[in-house]
Design a protein around this ligand. Structure first.
Ligand code: DON
Length: 562
């Protein structure tokens, strides 16, 4: 029966036209580039570098600008991860992920019968983790910034105070969420002063401008103490949330050692736990080394079948082994051991799919000791930064902090509310990702930098919840195996498998003619995703030293540079 129902879907997918060109070349610049989800944010970052700032200065300015012009995911009420590579080749990673509040506990989303209460971890005050963005940016600036902090926050203050024109997509998203904003916020937020937003309308957020001005003038204290902290705690009291003044005062972003792995002729630099992104991406790229993906070609049955089967195995590992390394033992080395990774494909067959029920997490070597948005930046000195930041789903918990003008995240849903119970992205987890006070929820964010022959080669990342990892994986393969330009690689249709549920999610036209049918004959179940998978931002360094941007046509994304 299911198979019968799938046939029309397959036909759509197979026939679906891919109107985004794979040959398209993006903006080419000589010295510097920013690719972000919004043209205004990209131009803020570009302007900072024109004034002599480095990639870190630009990244800080872009983070705050996105908090204004891209409120679905840009934020000061959320968190993120970033990986950077300095011109001299040294690398670093910053975890500014949200944390569970001190009063959180493992069963906080369960009713008396032990069942998960629907939406409690997704919408409303209890869904919010302690925000990490502002401390992250402050620490980033202290360690690597060169321009005065005030100058990096000021463009966002001006955007919020003076207003900015809404794009058609943003107007539509604000309109779609009006009812939820009213339901989940305790006071009427600035986003719903108008009934029906239209493209070109000016959105001003005066309370956010004041909060950003406090951050500009007082740094960390402008958010985690004083008026802003009081607004957050008052909002929590009104809405039944649990973030306290102590939670805010205690929050600190954490510098972590990035994961690095040599895969073929590339060196991959990516995010360690509490993101699963780096481990999963390195596993996928390492597996891919043994298969002739370049010969099979893009959008073919062989390539798609192989990638889907690799993804199942990698996501099974994710569900079992990964969580916050400050709370559980994550077997990072075992999971990244080449022999272990390759063993995972032992039962792979080119002829048929392996049911997810038959795919189990592997047993890596013993434990040792212990709506998101991505932007990529390269500066004229050759420093590179790859940043993924989020409120989790679009507009986060849909809770505005009254008086402070910003939205809170709903990142608590990235924890496992109950073993085996799927979160918003259908991801399941267990003990490793159970809720505990002060713990950071497992993420899929995959800010990544690639080197080739020891030189900077690519800066890439994406939004998309569980599909982030496979989006980044696919884009990298599109460039290194299929020789697409950066823009074409970002344009290319995407498909995704995450072990459970046992479905291949596929954009229209992501598979070549007949490929959908061939995959179905091998046993794959395909679900079309017309809304699109991931939204990526990439920069590729060309052999002559210039660079090409890949801005995602799925959104308003834009590249800027000089
Ligand atoms: O950290 C994570 O994996 C998720 N909170 C990311 C959310 C996301 O990408 C939303 N975009 N669709």
């Amino acid at each position: 029966m299911i198979k019968k129902l799938l046939i029309p879907f397959l036909l759509i997918i197979t026939a679906g036209c891919q109107n985004r060109s794979l040959d398209e070349v993006g903006l080419i610049t000589d010295k510097a580039m920013v690719v972000s989800a919004h043209p205004l944010a990209s131009s803020v970052g570009n302007e900072i570098m024109l004034r002599g700032g480095n990639a870190v200065d630009a990244a800080i300015a872009v983070q705050f600008a996105l908090a204004v012009v891209y409120p679905d995911a840009g934020n000061i009420g959320g968190g993120g991860f970033l990986v950077l590579r300095q011109q001299d080749g040294s690398v670093d990673a910053l975890d500014y992920r949200e944390e569970a509040p001190g009063d959180a506990h493992r069963d906080m989303y369960l009713n008396e019968e032990g069942e998960v209460i629907e939406d409690l971890s997704v919408k409303g005050h209890l869904a919010a983790g302690v925000p990490g963005t502002v401390d992250g940016m402050v620490q980033l600036h202290e360690k690597y910034g060169t321009m005065p902090w005030e100058e990096l926050v000021q463009p966002a203050v001006l955007l919020a105070a003076n207003g900015f024109p809404l794009t058609a997509k943003e107007a539509e998203k604000l309109n779609e969420n009006q009812d939820d904003f009213i339901t989940y916020s305790t006071r009427r937020p600035e986003f719903i002063l108008k009934d029906n937003w239209e493209e070109g309308d000016t959105l001003r957020i005066p309370d956010l401008a004041k909060t950003l001005a406090r951050i500009r003038d007082q740094g960390r204290a402008g958010f985690y103490e004083g008026a802003t902290a009081q607004y957050i705690v008052d909002e929590m009291k009104r809405g039944g949330g649990i973030i306290s003044k102590e939670d805010l005062a205690n929050y600190r972003a954490i510098w972590r050692e990035p994961l690095t792995a040599k895969v073929g002729e590339h060196n991959v630099i990516s995010m360690p736990p509490p993101s699963s992104g780096g481990i999963a991406l390195i596993q996928l790229l390492t597996i891919s080394e043994d298969y002739p993906v370049d010969e099979w070609g893009i959008k073919t049955t062989e390539t798609a079948h192989f990638m889907i089967e690799a993804e199942k195995r990698v996501y099974a590992d994710r569900a079992k082994h990964l969580g916050d390394p400050d709370f559980i033992d994550v077997p990072v080395e075992g999971l990244l051991e080449e022999a272990y990774i390759k063993r995972r494909m032992r039962d792979f067959s080119m002829d048929s799919d392996t049911d997810s029920e038959e795919v189990y997490a592997g047993k890596p070597a013993a434990y040792e000791g212990a709506q998101t948005t991505h932007y990529s930046i390269v500066d004229p000195m050759g420093n590179a930064i790859s940043v993924t930041t989020t409120l989790n789903t679009n507009f986060g918990a849909l809770v505005f902090v009254d008086g402070a003008g910003f939205l809170l995240n709903n990142e608590m849903d990235d924890f496992s509310a109950k073993p085996g119970y799927p979160n918003t992205y259908g991801l399941i987890g267990g003990e490793a990702n159970a809720i505990a006070p002060g713990k950071r929820m497992l993420s899929s964010m995959t800010p990544t930098i690639l080197e080739k022959d020891g030189d900077l080669y690519m800066v890439v990342g994406s939004m998309g919840g569980s599909t982030i990892i496979t989006t980044v994986y696919q884009i990298i393969l599109n460039v290194i195996a299929h020789d697409l330009p950066m823009q074409g690689a970002v344009n290319a249709g995407r498909f995704h498998h995450q072990w459970e549920p046992d479905w291949v999610l596929s954009e229209l036209g992501a598979l070549g003619p007949g490929t959908g049918l061939q995959l179905w004959l091998k046993g794959h179940k395909i679900a079309p995703n017309p809304r699109g998978i991931g939204r990526a931002a990439g920069i590729l360094v060309l052999p002559d030293g210039r660079m090409e941007g890949g801005a995602d046509p799925r959104g308003d994304d834009a590249a800027a540079g000089f």
